[in-house]
Design a protein around this ligand. Structure first.
Ligand SMILES: Cc1ncc(COP(=O)(O)O)c(C=O)c1O
Length: 468
């Protein structure tokens, strides 16, 4: 390992000691960082090995380093001496558990299957496949996705229609920029959704126009009068309220798109995870010429992969690809080939089935615990996905629950955090968006116990109440 240490040539030993002490205090050498063997560092610096060993020994004695015979020397976990020069992290900003809507359980990632798929993909990849990729993505993955999406989500797709992106976020940005490049100005969005998606639309040159959301999903009847050029929807499972877009409204969206030439962006972020009956198919099949269908591996595998995909109507494909070329973005080709291998082997389907059972059991347990522990609360929406909306008992405020949870190290946001405009904040009953998929299995019960406790604490603050 290489160390960047400024050592004064005239007083090498003393300045080595100072440099190590400073680097540890400033955090440049983080806890756990291994130091080179004293013999190697001595050779590099041109000083006696014993001198380096003595410097190490002094820093060990001070608690800055740790050493074990045979295991080497490394930076101690908590340097116990010397002034701390890094700013302390504020307690409330450090969440030990994060139950924001949409986060998957990282511990569920199918490591063995992914490693196997990567090995298979690498051994089969041509030299050309390991060069710069085309903006639409690796052919093998586009073929595998077209087949998978048709089979599992009812999407009308050929491999030529598929574009691989850096998650759904990039697909949305490409579609928005393509609409803006054709002169579009406004895009309808669901009144509740990800603030990051709305920000991304604004950054792409479009003005988001919120549609109300009721128990049948987004109120799309207003699309015709809203003077919008496009609409972004989560038809299978409205995010974060959790209801599906009704059949009549799906048909209305398809009619609007056909009549006006408007573009529909379908965010199918968790369509594979439906627990009560067969999944609702993609809306794209109703109007394949007008819908950009988007999917992601962020829920089914991991956001760390940064893999998403779009099925893009032929009339928009070149526009989106032109935006992609202009952005300079490219998706990791090896990860694309690995995902293709994972799908082809059946391991992707197996992973989704395993996760479906796991998340379904979690959702059932969540409902059970909330009924027992937080009477008056109500789980809303489809038995689907990895989050749900939990309406709070009468009088309990979202921010009180978030605050009580935060003091216990858990992040959970109220529905208001997802509202597109302030007037929506009070339009629905107070509710928390709970990502029950997020905690690792061994901390799931603990996380839900914190949610229950936070609701009880908040209930004590509710007007006219003394306990939950
Ligand atoms: C509503 C919604 N859409 C899409 C995504 C996936 O986005 P990406 O593929 O960019 O990770 C998420 C992830 O949290 C989401 O909640």
């Amino acid at each position: 390992m290489d160390l960047h240490l400024l050592v004064d040539g005239r007083r090498k030993v003393a300045s080595l000691e100072e440099a190590l002490r400073d680097a540890i205090a400033a955090g440049r050498l983080a806890a756990g960082t291994r130091l080179p063997p004293s013999r190697t560092l001595a050779t590099d610096l041109g000083i006696a090995r014993n001198s380096v060993a003595e410097v190490y020994a002094r820093l060990v004695a001070e608690g800055r380093l740790e050493a074990r015979v045979g295991a080497g020397t490394w930076v101690a976990d908590r340097p116990s001496a010397g002034p701390a020069t890094t700013a302390p992290v504020h307690r409330s900003t450090r969440f030990d558990l994060d139950l924001r809507g949409g986060l998957p359980d990282g511990s569920a990632f199918p490591r063995t299957a992914w490693a196997r798929a990567t090995a298979r993909a690498l051994s089969g990849a041509s030299a050309a496949a390991l060069g710069y990729s085309t903006p639409e993505g690796a052919a093998a993955l586009r073929v595998a996705l077209a087949d998978y999406l048709a089979r599992a989500r009812g999407v009308v797709a050929s491999a030529d229609d598929v574009v691989v992106t850096h998650g759904f976020g990039e697909l949305l940005a490409l579609a928005a920029r393509a609409v803006a490049a054709r002169g579009g100005r406004r895009i309808a969005v669901e009144g509740y959704g990800h603030v990051s998606h709305r920000d991304l639309l604004v950054a792409s040159g479009l003005e988001p126009v919120p549609l109300p959301v009721d128990d049948d999903g987004a109120v799309v009847e207003g699309l015709a009068g809203a003077s919008v050029d496009a609409v972004l929807l989560t038809p299978a499972h409205q995010f974060p309220i959790g209801v599906p877009l009704s059949g009549a409204r799906r048909a209305a969206v398809a009619r609007w798109a056909e009549q006006t030439g408007g573009l529909v962006v379908e965010d199918d972020y968790d369509g594979e995870f439906r627990y009560d009956r067969r999944a609702i198919g993609a809306m794209q099949a109703l109007a394949p010429g007008h819908v950009v269908y988007g999917g992601t591996a962020s829920k089914s595998l991991s956001p760390a992969l940064g893999l998403g995909w779009g099925v893009v109507p032929p009339a928009w494909r070149d526009d989106l690809l032109a935006q992609r070329r202009r952005s300079g973005a490219a998706t990791d080709a090896i990860a694309q080939l690995a995902l293709a291998a994972l799908i082809e082997s059946g391991d992707y389907d197996r992973t989704v089935r395993t996760l479906r059972l796991r998340y379904r059991a979690r959702r059932e347990r969540f409902e059970e615990l909330m009924t027992e522990g937080a009477p008056g609360s109500r789980v809303v929406g489809l038995a689907a996905g990895i989050h749900c909306l939990l309406e709070l008992p009468d009088g309990v405020a979202e921010h009180d629950v978030s605050e009580a949870a935060a003091t216990r190290g858990l992040r959970v946001d109220g529905l208001g955090a997802y509202a597109a405009t302030p007037d929506l904040v009070d339009a629905r009953p107070a509710a928390m968006v709970v990502g029950y998929g997020a905690p690792p299995a061994h901390r799931f019960e603990e996380a839900l116990a914190v949610v229950v406790e936070a609701i009880r604490v908040a209930a004590r603050r509710a007007p006219g109440r003394s306990s939950a």
